[in-house]
Write a protein that binds this ligand. Structure first.
Ligand code: TRP
Length: 331
């Protein structure tokens, strides 16, 4: 809580190339918190360097990620949008919370295990303490609710444990955050292999639809989507490809399953795939156009970052002065 207001915080990696799965499952939901909560959305460049980055690309993707989130509906006047490394309190509290996070806890993190297997040449200390920095992000703003994907559940639980531990040792300091994990949000599956989740790093270019794909790309990908041999558009067990296309179509048109089934009664998969492609391309058109407009205006993006960082730093400072006092740091 900040004053009377409940707080939402989430962090996003500056990784670019977001898919319609990211869009429908997460990003599209972010904007609906801003009417009832004080919302902070942060591009986490400090987290990004736990794996090697090409500096020029990291810089470009930081702008792009901000522009993309704004293009997906996050209004900079209603949400505090900022870049993590521009608010130094994140690194500062990150260090402090390192000292309240146990080696054993960090060793149990599945993301650490996965990433250290993937980057065996660079298992650096930052990769290991990634979750305490994430806890710092969250706790700095006295966050109540953290919307994240299911893959971040373990990190979130650790952030709660760290908050509780600190509060127990030093008295009430941090709000203990809750996760908001939207498990029933549409899980969008790969177009090529509809039993697997659509993943931005899928090597098969036809499996994944990216938010910024052109209409031609989108139409082509849906045309090639894997279906079944029944030739009947209906939701049913075992029809993973068609089920996935129905889900995507519904998400972009707002129609119910029955409406979709009725609409395509007696029509072939060719027609249906074309309609899904159209709906998706049309639904993403405003995002694509707004992204292009924002990306061309670097000065504006910089002003958003600057205002966001100033605003975030103001609240972060309040928490930091409390923390410094509790720890016995001399002012
Ligand atoms: N670890 C998150 C991810 O990879 C990103 C993140 C960093 C985050 N700090 C956060 C998410 C704070 C929520 C809250 O997706």
């Amino acid at each position: 809580m900040l004053g009377e207001q409940k707080v939402v915080f989430s962090g996003v990696q500056p990784s670019g190339n977001l898919t319609i799965g990211n869009y429908l499952g997460a990003i599209k939901n972010f904007s609906r918190f801003s009417d009832t909560y004080k919302t902070f959305y942060c591009v986490v460049d400090l987290h990004a360097i736990t794996v090697r980055q090409v500096p020029a690309e990291l810089r470009r993707r930081t702008y792009e990620t901000l522009a993309l989130y704004m293009a997906c509906g996050l209004d900079e006047k209603k949400n505090t949008l900022f870049v993590q490394s521009q608010v130094s309190a994140h690194a500062e509290l990150g260090w402090i919370l390192d000292c309240y996070t146990m080696f054993g806890e960090l060793s149990r993190m599945t993301q650490f295990k996965d990433k250290s297997a993937k980057h065996a040449q660079n298992i650096n200390a930052g990769l290991f303490t990634y979750p305490s920095l994430m806890a710092a992000d969250i706790l700095l703003y006295q966050t109540d609710v953290v919307p994240v994907g299911i893959d971040q559940k373990q990190h979130l639980e650790l952030a709660r444990d760290i908050a509780l531990r600190f509060n127990q040792l030093h008295g009430d300091t941090f709000t203990v955050p809750d996760g908001y994990i939207n498990t029933d949000t549409m899980k969008i599956m790969s177009l090529a292999e509809p039993t697997a989740k659509m993943s931005k790093s899928d090597p098969n270019p036809n499996a994944v639809v990216y938010i910024l794909d052109t209409k031609d790309d989108i139409m082509r990908k849906f045309k090639r989507a894997v279906t079944d041999s029944e030739a009947c558009v209906r939701m049913a067990e075992g029809k993973d490809g068609i089920n996935n296309l129905i889900t995507i179509y519904r998400a972009f048109t707002g129609k119910t399953v029955e409406e979709v089934e009725r609409e395509f009664d007696g029509r072939g998969y060719g027609d249906f795939k074309e309609a899904v492609g159209e709906a998706c391309a049309e639904g993403l058109r405003p995002v694509r156009e707004e992204f292009a407009r924002l990306s061309a205006d670097k000065a504006f993006l910089e002003s958003v970052m600057k205002n966001g960082a100033d605003e975030a730093a103001y609240y972060a400072r309040k928490t930091m002065s409390k923390v410094r006092r509790k720890l016995g740091f001399v002012n």
